[in-house]
Design a protein around this ligand. Structure first.
Ligand code: DOR
Ligand code: ZN
Length: 366
């Protein structure tokens, strides 16, 4: 009885301590999914990511896409030149999978250490995905090779059939495509990227140990109403599209659970303001700048600050068999909400920076 009272008191004090925490220090985070683009956009956005993150997996959906080790090496050099001085950020390069990808060349690129992973875009699923995969059967030999050498496969998990409702495309992809791949090649190390549905959380939780998922800050922060609040909000349009509140809650639930199968992939996806505010606006949310602040707020609001580090800095590194970053970052909770810059300027053009519709009190100390 007395012991119970002691334990309860301690729990109470511990919870209270965490809830009132004004400062946390965590292992430097990694971003396991980023779009750096090229040319002047690349120059502007790379420092937004390298400011906080230690490593990122860089998406290959440029025009033309990164199809070979040679192209990945060139692209990596361009990125490295844009990293601010005295910053030891590491870009991890990917190859864009097509039905013509040569499995032997891929194996060589991986074993040489030039390429970290392969990205599977279903053809037509999203930005610059036209050269992607139409028929999964055709890539099975490449996937078999990848499983043998331990090379990770990153999947944009949406079907492209226009008869399938846009809000159901992830769920149907899991049922029709992902399940097939997982059953045929259970040894393949798969990341189902930027998951958006309860179904995805359940499938990944229950799936084999090689199947994991990444989650973006914007899918944790918003639901589909945010695309239409008071009018159309093109800056909240991304793919997979935001889903209902029940799905958002499921994503938050797995993120704050600490389950090692779920980790951060920001899918920070810069597009020029004019290209989003257009008759046919591009999909993508540019969230690199305040990502860590927003995540700290979401975890704090859910009494899960003590799990943040697992989600941003541990689970992904473990899945990708990488060491944990040696550095730490400190985050501070202010007494009033932080003010967000709303624009990243590129010469005379703008990129709109993601800002959630709730107050954020946390910021990364610099
Ligand atoms: O919203 C998105 N934007 N989703 C993607 O899958 C691609 C990305 C982009 O490249 O713009
Ligand atoms: Zn992406």
């Amino acid at each position: 009885m007395l012991n119970n009272i002691k334990v309860n008191t301690l729990n109470f004090i511990f919870k209270d301590l965490i809830e009132n925490m004004k400062e946390i220090e965590i292992i430097q985070p990694d971003d396991w999914h980023v779009h750096f683009r090229d040319k002047e956009i690349l120059q502007a956005v790379v420092p937004e990511t390298t400011r906080h993150f230690g490593r990122s997996i860089v998406m290959p959906n440029l025009l033309p896409p990164i199809l070979s080790a040679k192209a990945a090496i060139e692209y990596k050099k361009t990125i490295q030149k844009a990293i601010p001085k005295d910053n030891d950020f590491t870009p991890l390069m990917t190859i864009y999978l097509t039905e013509n990808t040569d499995k032997n060349k891929l194996k060589e690129a991986y074993l040489d250490g030039h390429v970290f992973a392969v990205k599977l875009y279903p053809a037509g699923a999203t930005t610059n995905s036209a050269s992607g995969v139409k028929n999964i059967e055709k890539i099975m030999p490449v996937l078999e090779t990848m499983a043998t050498i331990g090379m990770p496969l990153l999947i944009h998990g949406e079907v492209t059939d226009k008869n399938i409702d846009i809000f159901d495309r992830e769920k149907v992809f899991i049922e029709q495509k992902l399940d097939f791949i997982c059953r045929e090649i259970p040894q393949l190390r798969i990341t189902l990227e930027h998951i958006t549905t309860r179904e995805a959380t359940v499938y990944v939780k229950e799936g084999n140990q090689n199947l994991v998922a990444s989650i973006t800050p914007h899918h944790l922060a918003m639901n589909r109403n945010d695309i239409f609040s008071g009018g159309i909000r093109p800056h909240n349009f991304c793919l997979p599209i935001l889903k209902k509140e029940t799905h958002r809650k499921s994503l938050v639930e797995v993120a704050i659970s600490g389950n090692s199968k779920f980790f951060l992939g920001t899918d920070t996806a810069p597009h020029l303001k004019n290209d989003k505010e257009s008759e046919c606006g591009c999909a993508g949310v540019f969230n690199a700048t305040y990502c860590m602040a927003i995540l700290a707020q979401i975890f704090d609001d859910n009494d899960a600050l003590h799990i943040l580090e697992k989600f941003t800095s541990i689970n992904g590194a473990k899945h990708y068999k990488q060491h944990l970053n040696k550095k730490k970052i400190k985050m501070i909770k202010k007494n009033s909400p932080i003010k967000f810059n709303s624009i990243l300027s590129i010469n005379d053009k703008d990129i709109v920076i993601f800002k959630p519709n709730f107050p954020v009190y946390w910021e990364v100390e610099h």
